[in-house]
Design a protein around this ligand. Structure first.
Ligand code: ARG
Length: 462
């Protein structure tokens, strides 16, 4: 350790040759894990406070170490700290600097701990904060979605199955379906908190320690809930990383689905959605173009989230217990997915604030494709005591008749309808009205205007 002052590796007392520069280049992670400096410093402070409380180190040494760590914290914040790849990662960069600031007594900071428990302690603390930030960004997206929905309760559009007109819906109801997805995304991130709340610190390299440490003390100090139960599992476990990556993947997948729909609806073929100039780009050759690049970015980025999830799954597949260098990549993967997700959520929020339905086109399209056929079948069941299957057949005959005459259902006269079902009375004609069709879907969770209003109020209260 003395050699540490001379800028040699911590293990230079054992390993006599300098690490090959090639390995140093690929094996270091400082430019990635320096992001954990705050957590690393608070982890070390809690650790030495515990060591002092347990009479493992003296009051004086504890204070010196804390003084040094606080100084390092300031140096890093003020960009005065020199990160060095020779010291591999954030833990060793900080320890080395501690030696420079307080001298030999820095050597006590690593009593009863290992980088193995240190790194996951930092990582879990970081991930708890990251989870909160992501959920704040999801909340913003939810809010913007609700604002757009509220403006479009009466905006009628065709609901699709197989991308064919299925039944009339309100555009607001469509938008609110994404609110459900984003709320599940939030829950998925929050579910991980239970694992993130288990404190790894104190399991040391993999076996625990012979020092009389108090893991409950550091647990409390660092804002965890309880210490982990098994030292070997603690070092090996990256399930919380997978859960995080899975949650980012699903959230991104939701955005890719709405992005794809908006891309299709913005196309010249559909023309259902207008995108403001703020969120489109032009072409280098075709002067007329306004392309939905941002939406395409959101759709494409999902591949990166899936890739990161599968990278981590593959790293862990068949990996023996407990620590291996393989695991070091977890942070690069998670940081990338975290940053991309926050980015995508912000982009998507911008998209929501800069998109508007083309109400006329939506209504026009909803008037095609015999979209009220199911309403007619339901009417026959309710008013002419038919079984649904019988009503379905009658309605099919009416649709075929209209198609042959090149008419929409609402263009058929009562006389024409009566040719197929003589019992029909003129009140049947109101089932072909799209507004009536939507208003009638009063079952819980259905698209009726009243339901949507209530649902929006419910979410606004939240
Ligand atoms: N930088 C390392 C990582 O993130 C810290 C753990 C190092 N432990 C070790 N035994 N080499 O994985």
């Amino acid at each position: 350790m003395t050699k540490n002052k001379n800028n040699q590796a911590i293990w230079s007392s054992r390993i006599k040759k300098k690490t090959s520069s090639l390995f140093q280049k690929v094996g270091n992670s400082i430019n990635i894990d320096k992001r954990l400096y705050k957590e690393d410093i608070s982890g070390s402070i809690a650790h030495v406070e515990m060591l002092f409380k347990q009479k493992i180190i003296s009051f004086k040494i504890k204070n010196k170490i804390i003084y040094g760590l606080n100084k390092i914290n300031k140096e890093i914040i003020n960009n005065k700290f020199e990160f060095n790849i020779e010291y591999e990662d954030i833990h060793m960069n900080i320890e080395r600097r501690l030696f420079q600031i307080i001298g030999e007594e820095a050597g006590y900071v690593h009593t009863a701990r290992s980088r193995n428990d240190q790194v996951i302690t930092d990582f879990k603390m970081w991930m708890k904060t990251a989870t909160k930030e992501i959920n704040i960004n999801i909340d913003k997206v939810i809010k913007s979605t609700i604002i757009l929905a509220e403006k479009n309760i009466k905006t009628i559009m065709p609901g699709f199955t197989h991308l064919k007109n299925a039944q009339a819906i309100s555009f607001a109801h469509y938008l609110m379906s994404y609110v459900e997805m984003f709320n599940r995304d939030k829950k998925r991130f929050l579910n991980n908190l239970d694992s993130l709340d288990e404190n790894p610190l104190g399991v040391a390299a993999l076996a625990g320690t012979s020092f009389n440490i108090d893991r409950n003390y550091t647990t409390k100090k660092l804002g965890f809930n309880r210490p982990t139960n098994n030292s070997i599992d603690t070092i090996s476990d990256r399930d919380f990383v997978l859960d995080f990556l899975y949650a980012t993947s699903i959230c991104s997948m939701h955005m890719s689905r709405i992005a794809e729909e908006l891309i299709i609806w913005n196309s010249d073929g559909f023309n259902l959605i207008n995108l403001s100039d703020k969120i489109v780009t032009g072409s280098s050759i075709m002067p007329q173009k306004k392309n939905p690049d941002l939406l395409e970015y959101l759709r494409g980025k999902t591949g990166n989230f899936y890739g990161n999830l599968f990278s981590m799954l593959t790293i862990l597949k068949g990996l023996p217990l407990s620590y291996f260098k393989d695991l070091q990549d977890d942070k690069k993967i998670v940081f990338e997915s975290n940053d991309n997700l926050n980015n995508c959520l912000k982009i998507f929020d911008e998209v929501l604030k800069n998109s508007n339905p083309n109400k006329i086109k939506m209504l026009e399209l909803a008037n095609n494709g015999f979209i009220t056929a199911t309403d007619l079948a339901d009417y026959l069941v309710k008013n002419h005591s038919m079984s649904f299957r019988k009503a379905y057949q009658k309605t099919s005959a009416i649709v075929n008749f209209a198609e042959k005459r090149k008419k929409k259902l609402n263009q058929l006269t009562l006389e024409e309808l009566k040719k197929i079902e003589p019992k029909l009375k003129d009140d049947v004609l109101k089932v072909f009205d799209l507004g009536n069709s939507i208003s009638s879907k009063i079952s819980y969770g259905g698209t009726s205007f009243d339901n949507i209003k209530k649902m929006i109020i419910k979410y606004k209260k939240k």
